[in-house]
Ligand binder design. Sequence first.
Ligand code: NAP
Length: 248
Amino acid sequence: MSKVILITGGSRGIGRSAAVLAGARGWSVGVNYASNAAAADATVAAVQAAGGKAIAIAGDVADEAAIIAMFDATESAFGKIDGVVNNAGIVAPGSMLADMDIARMKRIFDINVLGAYLCAREAARRMSTSRGGRGGSLVNVSSAAARLGGPGEYVDYAGSKGAIDTLTIGLAKELGREGVRVNAIRPGLIETDIHASGGKPDRAQVLGVQTPIGRPGTADEVGESIVWLLSDASSYVTGAILDVTGGR
Ligand code: NAP
């Protein structure tokens, strides 16, 4: 069945891969991004080339009005939403907690936690069958950092992802009878631009060789898991937290 999907931070990295793989299934995708319109346009073209439909939607997930607008834009273009990928997330340069300022921590928690909770709320409002939705699947993108803790680099980021795991557990129970499944993916060391934004462009390469599989992962390897959780093939999976970490 063709699906309508919204992916926050869908223009680059893991979100982009999920968008293109969704396009390959013939699905319609709202590709949200923060500021890089050229990357979003390129992703829209890639989704279309893969066989799907897509629109680019600018909007910061730290802004409640922008979140509501990105859901509205997706539904105006394609109809009722069947799936949401809560993927937008940021890191900050590596630091001990003792040296972090409040502005950094607020930004991490505004985007990674509050943004994800508000997107999950909006997904629940629109997909729950008792509210007129047709059921669906919410996929939250957590991180292996949630269980590793991020010491010496970013315990703030790790804690923000711990919140995503807990959201997944609770919301899956809330929405089980609403036709809405809620799951999380915990990526490990994946080759995307996020590491450069944290000041270590080669982080995934350097640490990836220490994983049991012996290499970093690709965005497509995470995207495949996301699209499986969005699809009807995972119809009895809810409240699950899937590590995609090469065994790390
Ligand atoms: P990325 O390559 O840095 O891409 C980030 C994407 O999110 C871009 O599309 C960006 O849009 C968008 N974005 C950033 N801030 C946003 C905001 N405030 N509102 C809306 N969109 C925003 O990141 P990634 O590595 O693919 O990471 C995706 C998710 O996976 C994140 O939640 C991250 O924590 C998680 N994760 C990644 C790894 C890894 O190793 N890569 C590991 C574990 C977990 P612009 O292009 O406009 O900036």
